[in-house]
Every structure is written in C-alpha cells, then in structure tokens.
Design a protein around this ligand. Structure first.
Ligand SMILES: NC(=O)c1ccc[n+]([C@@H]2O[C@H](COP(=O)([O-])OP(=O)(O)OC[C@H]3O[C@@H](n4cnc5c(N)ncnc54)[C@H](O)[C@@H]3O)[C@@H](O)[C@H]2O)c1
Length: 259
C-alpha cells in the first residue's frame, strides 16, 4: 500500500484527473475528487470505493477564489495537489477568436492552477511537512497550434511551474508539470466525434504511432509525487508517445518513412 497521503485532484471527475484519482487511490492514498461536476465526481468516488480505496467529493469551481479557498480549508492536510481541472479549445483563426472563450480558458486553466497552488502552498507550508504540486501543461506550450488561448495559457503554466518550484523549494514543496500529447479523454473523444480533431493524424505524428491513455499520464503524475522523484522539481515532463520528437522528424525534406 501507499503512504495514506491526502491527495487533491481538481478536475478529478473526468479524463486525466479521473485516471489520476484512481491511480493514487489504488496506491493507498486518500483522494479528494474536486470538480465543478459533483455528479460525475461521485461516480469516480464510487469506483474507488468499490476497489477498496478511500475518496470523497468536493464541489469546486477553480475559477472562483472563494471556492478554491474553501477547498484548501476542507482538505487542509493535503500533501499532494494535482491541477487537472481544465478546458480544451476548438481551433480558430485570430480574426474569429471568441474572447469570452479565451477569457474562460485562462480563468480555468491558468488562473485556476495558480489559485489552487496559492491556496495549497499556504496549507502545505502551515503543516510544515512539504508536499508536491503537479500542473497539467500540454505540447501546445512549446509548439504552435491554432489555439490562441489554450497554447499561450499552457506556456504560462510551464513558466509558473518553474517559478513556484523556486519559490516553494525551501519549504520542501516540489512543483512539476506533465506535458501530455494527444490523450484520449472524454473531451478529446467529443472533439474527434464532432470533426475538430483527426485521430489518424494524431496517431501518425507520434513516434509510437498512437495516442496516450489517461492512465499513462496518471502514472507520470504519480511518479512525480513519489519519493522516487524527490530530486525533481520545476520541470515539465512530456508524456506524448514521442509526438514532440516525431512531429518535426517526419517533416524533414526527403523523409520517406511511412509513418
Ligand atoms: N486530453 C488531452 O489530449 C490533453 C492534452 C494536453 C493537456 N490536457 C490537459 O489536461 C487537463 C485535463 O483535461 P482532460 O482532457 O482530462 O479533460 P476532461 O474534460 O476529461 O476533464 C476535465 C475536468 O475538469 C473539470 N472542470 C472544468 N472546469 C472546471 C472548473 N472551473 N472547476 C473545477 N473543475 C472543472 C470538468 O468538469 C472535468 O471533470 C486540462 O488541463 C487539459 O488542458 C489534455
């Protein structure tokens, strides 16, 4: 069994957050499934309990300061925070960019991660016992996609991760990010179904010729929060089936490969 830590996973009701909640609970940690969709969070908690794990739901909107502060108070002993609450974006051109969508994305993805880190940095420091925070970046933080709100927001999360690691390191709190490639989550399935993402293209652009499973992101998050990663802080770890390597490789003039 694990260390019986209290672990808070925002966005824990779905996708990467759900897989992360299941991963920590399976290793013996107590998980707070914090989400704006408490109904779906209840289902994750039921799944964890059916497997003999411990979890509870917390209804939170990470875009709201008071809501995040209430979460941090309710989970005051948390040693691990995973900021997985987030929104994806449909591709657009700058001329037609919807600024309401832009602002909501920044409010949830970037500002929500910052707010949660601030709230839990306070409770972790007050406990004096160190801790671990993991943010969710994206390959769109380091490569150009037609996602004018989402990509820059993820680049900001990478920068924030390094800043927080420096800020909180002396208090024994490590801060890292995972940088997922294309992950088959509910949001991604919906975008494939509506024609906004091409699954064949996403598979062929990766070295391993496939997309990433949510559980594979969860494994990387679990590692970053484990003692095995005790000297790792301030990094954004790609978990992308080799997308970052392969996407430029296969573009090289004269490349005759089939994938
Ligand atoms: N799916 C991918 O391919 C992919 C790739 C790179 C990065 N990511 C990132 O992973 C994170 C999780 O995305 P996912 O694909 O698992 O999506 P998802 O929709 O499956 O899960 C997101 C969860 O966040 C919750 N949520 C949304 N807004 C919230 C708010 N204001 N407060 C609290 N909870 C809120 C949703 O209810 C949902 O349960 C996001 O930051 C996303 O940008 C996803």
């Amino acid at each position: 069994m694990g260390e019986n830590r209290m672990v808070v996973v925002t966005g824990g009701a779905s996708g990467i957050g759900r897989a992360t909640a299941l991963r920590f609970a399976a290793a013996g940690d107590r998980v707070v499934v914090a989400d704006i969709n408490p109904g779906a969070a209840e289902e994750v908690v039921a799944e964890i309990e059916a497997d003999g794990g411990q979890a509870r739901v917390h209804d939170v909107d990470v875009a709201l300061d008071a809501s995040v502060d209430t979460l941090a108070e309710a989970a005051g002993e948390a040693e691990v925070l995973v900021n997985s609450a987030g929104l994806l974006q449909n591709i657009s051109e700058i001329e037609s960019l919807d600024m309401a969508e832009h602002d909501r994305l920044w409010a949830v993805n970037y500002r929500g991660s910052l707010l949660c880190a601030r709230a839990f940095a306070r409770t972790m420091a007050a406990r004096g016992g160190g801790g671990s925070i993991v943010n969710i970046s994206s390959t769109s933080a380091v490569a150009a996609f037609p996602l004018h709100a989402y990509g820059p927001g993820k680049a900001a999360i990478d920068r924030l991760t390094a800043i927080l690691a420096s800020d909180l390191g002396p208090k024994g709190i490590r801060v890292n990010a995972v940088m997922p490639g294309y992950v088959l989550t509910e949001q991604m399935r919906a975008r494939i179904a509506s024609g906004h993402r091409d699954p064949t293209m996403m598979e062929r652009q990766s070295s391993l010729g496939r997309m990433v499973a949510p559980a594979e992101i969860a494994d990387a998050i679990h590692f970053l929060c484990s003692d095995a990663a005790r000297a790792i802080t301030g990094v954004s770890l790609p978990v992308d089936a080799g997308w970052l390597a392969h996407v430029t490789y296969r573009q090289h003039p004269g490349f005759a490969g089939t994938n």
